[in-house]
Ligand binder design. Structure first.
Ligand SMILES: Cc1ncc(COP(=O)(O)O)c(C=O)c1O
Length: 327
């Protein structure tokens, strides 16, 4: 079986497990875990922010970010298939009392026009504009910097905060040849996930101003995310920063190879978008290739550490067979 459902299927490699076993640890809640402290210092610098906070998951990082810089009744504006709107169980409404407003947009990218739209009279102080890079449901698309800057400027003019869900920001960075701070430093807060292409078992980072991170600590406790010897996880994350960032280019190359093999559009990063039809996912599974849902009408095949060139070639062959029958 070739499992292309998600890049969250990565497994820790033996060297990463060795780094975890050797981690120097302390009590995180006393701010005494040296490995976690080092990870936070390094990530703040890498993302161009004053401070950073370790959290167990990107979902928790996103929710802590929203709670730290909005107030109940505020509007959350995002592209309609954004992870925070669709896959986080209503968290922005539940944890922060936000009114969630999703709007359709091309490639998952909100424009200044969306931010100024007349039907959003309430977007302003206490509200937040959420941007996602790469954009999951659009097939791992990358935000061009000038477009991101224009949308952020519009949000600021309206007085709203800006959160960047950069769960896969390192994919964007490697594919575009820009440092992650190029996008991250423009937003008020940014989330990075380490359990996707970076191949850690879990772990995320939230970065922002020192004041915002101080407030995010409150949510970290509230959500039950304040850990003790978190250095065991932070060690995996530090290891991945040193060994798994540049290799994301291999995932992107394999995704392009797969797209070419089955005759669909070449992806910008590691998500191959496949037009869906009834029963297609099941037929692919019968031929030994697992894919999953991208957005209504589309399936995705995702490359990640553990998927080899041979896997991609075999998957492309089997998928092309199934797709040919369809045509
Ligand atoms: C864009 C995006 N943001 C956030 C998350 C949440 O990550 P986690 O599973 O670490 O909570 C995901 C997970 O798939 C994602 O795709």
């Amino acid at each position: 079986m070739i499992d292309l459902r998600s890049d969250t299927l990565t497994r820790p490699v033996p060297e990463m497990l060795a780094a975890m076993a050797a981690a120097e640890v302390g009590d995180e809640q006393y701010l005494e875990d040296p490995t976690t402290n080092e990870l936070q210092r390094r990530m703040a610098e890498l993302l161009g922010h004053e401070a950073a906070l370790f959290l167990p998951t990107a979902t928790m990082a996103n929710q802590a970010a929203l709670r730290a810089q909005t107030r109940p009744g505020g509007v959350l504006l995002a592209e309609e298939r954004t992870h925070i709107l669709v896959y986080e169980w209503g968290g922005p409404a539940i944890h922060s009392g936000l009114i969630m407003r999703g709007v359709p947009s091309e490639h998952g990218r909100l424009t200044p026009r969306h931010v100024w739209a007349e039907n959003d009279p309430d977007l302003g102080p206490g509200g937040v504009v959420v941007l996602e890079n790469t954009h999951r449901s659009s097939g791992g698309t990358i935000w061009p910097l000038d477009e991101l800057r224009a949308t952020i400027d519009a949000a600021r003019e309206r007085g709203a905060a800006v959160h960047l869900d950069g769960a896969r920001l390192f994919n964007a960075s490697v594919a575009a040849g820009l440092p992650p701070s190029a996008w991250a430093s423009l937003a008020d807060s940014v989330t990075i996930c380490f359990s996707k292409g970076l191949a850690c078992p879990t772990g995320a980072i939230l970065a922002g101003s020192a004041e915002l991170i101080e407030r995010a600590w409150e949510s970290k406790y509230l959500f039950g995310g304040a850990l003790r010897q978190s250095g065991v996880i932070a060690a995996a994350m530090l290891w991945s920063l040193d060994h798994h960032v540049e290799r994301l280019a291999e995932d992107h190359a394999r995704a392009r190879r797969l797209a070419e093999g089955i005759g669909v559009e070449a992806p910008e990063t590691n998500f191959v978008s496949i037009p869906d039809e009834p029963g297609l996912e099941e037929r692919l599974a019968e031929r030994g290739v697992l894919v999953s849902n991208l957005r209504p009408g589309w399936l995705r095949a995702v490359t990640y550490l553990g998927i080899t060139d041979e896997d991609v070639d075999m998957a492309a062959q089997r998928m092309a067979d199934v797709l040919a029958v369809r045509a």
